[in-house]
Design a protein around this ligand. Structure first.
Ligand code: G3P
Ligand code: MG
Length: 375
């Protein structure tokens, strides 16, 4: 299929500088551009076409587990299009703006090996500790983790502070819990997170009878306040290499919350969630797309408004819902385009839970439709 690029979008003018497009794209990754490590062929056509026609776009994913630099390197090799680190928003990217809030020890959950710990350190979290670090220092904290210890010890780090319950004031204390990516060891991760949520003010190994007490609002008193819990991706399902959708970070969250509810007799669990479809992530993405667009046309003194953004996604619950519900502070209109190459299964004959502006076969058709729509 050849896209008939209407000159309107790139009207030739006397000068060599056609008008700056007043629209841009945000692309979801898994199920739109790739299936696990396999590129989706339509993506290898769609992105180079946008770059050739200087139409701004960024990638917005509920995935993560690597630095932004590593992820774009991995993607550009597979998609045949140059990408810079500021062209990707991963599930945990917004956490980089929170280092000023937590300059002491934080728990970093999820991802392969110590990769998310390294991402957190790159963001500026000085004391990033993982559940595996804790398990290797105290194997008895989770009796069923022993069989993995040899592997875990190849990448575990020493704890920044020992657990010394004889003097809680100087014992290992966590100021926040961040779930950066999908847990690789639900047992260890759930155990450590639960210990901290029930602890006295994040001091590992202590128990606050107030945290989780259903009789008390918001889990107890200030001096026992549990460390805040941050999730980065609510996806229950995602489209990986297997033909059936796979459990995402949302699956781990629901399992953790089931254990919390049982352990606290149904107490409320305070948490902060980012990731699509949250408005926080869409606002972060719009800000980043504006930045990339401004850079693309910097030498021309961009002052043309960004009128429309096309969110191309495969998951109605995250990509489509988020774009449909997001309200831009700049009055930019967001349109949602659902592709059939990922989570959404057109063959199930079900209407998507959140209706997109259009349903198309793949990302190339999505771009074709959007360029028409943007006329
Ligand atoms: O873990 C990644 C998965 O939840 C979905 O990623 O790129 O489709 O938002 P993405
Ligand atoms: Mg997806």
């Amino acid at each position: 299929r050849q896209i008939q690029w209407h000159r309107r979008a790139f009207q030739t003018s006397v000068s060599q500088n056609p008008p700056i497009p007043d629209f841009g794209f945000t692309f979801d990754i898994d199920g739109v551009l790739v299936r696990s490590s396999r590129p989706i062929p339509a993506a290898q056509k769609a992105l180079p076409l946008l770059q050739k026609n200087r139409i701004p776009f960024i990638l917005v994913t509920n995935g993560g587990g690597k630095t932004e630099e590593q992820r774009v390197q991995y993607l550009q090799d597979r998609l045949g299009v140059p990408l810079s680190a500021d062209m990707i928003v991963q599930s945990h990217t917004p956490f980089a703006d929170m280092t000023h809030l937590y300059d002491k020890t934080v728990l970093i959950v999820g991802g392969d090996y110590d990769h998310c710990q390294l991402v957190a350190q790159k963001y500026g979290f000085k004391y990033a500790v993982t559940p595996i670090d804790i398990l290797c220092a105290h194997p008895e904290i989770w009796p069923f983790g022993k069989q993995y210890l040899d592997l875990y010890r190849t990448f575990a780090k020493p704890l920044p502070t020992p657990i010394d319950l004889s003097s809680p004031a100087t014992s290992l204390k966590f100021d926040a819990i961040f779930v950066y990516n999908d847990s690789r060891d639900w047992g260890t991760d759930t155990t450590i997170i639960l210990d901290l949520l029930l602890s006295r003010a994040g001091i590992l190994g202590t128990l606050s009878t107030k945290n989780g007490n259903p009789a008390l609002p918001n889990n107890g008193y200030q001096q026992d306040a549990q460390p805040p819990l941050y999730y980065s991706n609510p996806d229950l399902w995602w489209a990986a290499a297997w033909h059936q959708n796979r459990l995402g970070q949302g699956g781990f969250q629901r399992a953790l919350e089931g254990v919390w509810a049982a352990a606290t007799d149904g107490a409320h669990l305070a948490k902060t969630a980012i990731g699509k479809p949250t408005q926080a992530t869409f606002a972060f993405a719009e800000h980043r797309l504006r930045h990339v667009r401004k850079q693309m046309f910097a030498q021309r003194g961009l002052n043309d408004p960004l009128k429309r953004v096309y969110m191309i996604g495969d998951n109605p619950e995250s990509d489509i819902r988020g774009a449909n519900e997001y309200r831009s502070p700049h009055g930019t209109v967001w349109r949602s385009v659902l592709v059939k190459t990922g989570v959404y299964r057109a063959d199930e004959g079900k209407e998507p839970a959140y209706r997109p502006d259009v349903i198309v076969e793949d990302v190339l058709e999505a771009v074709e439709w959007a360029v028409e729509d943007a006329k």
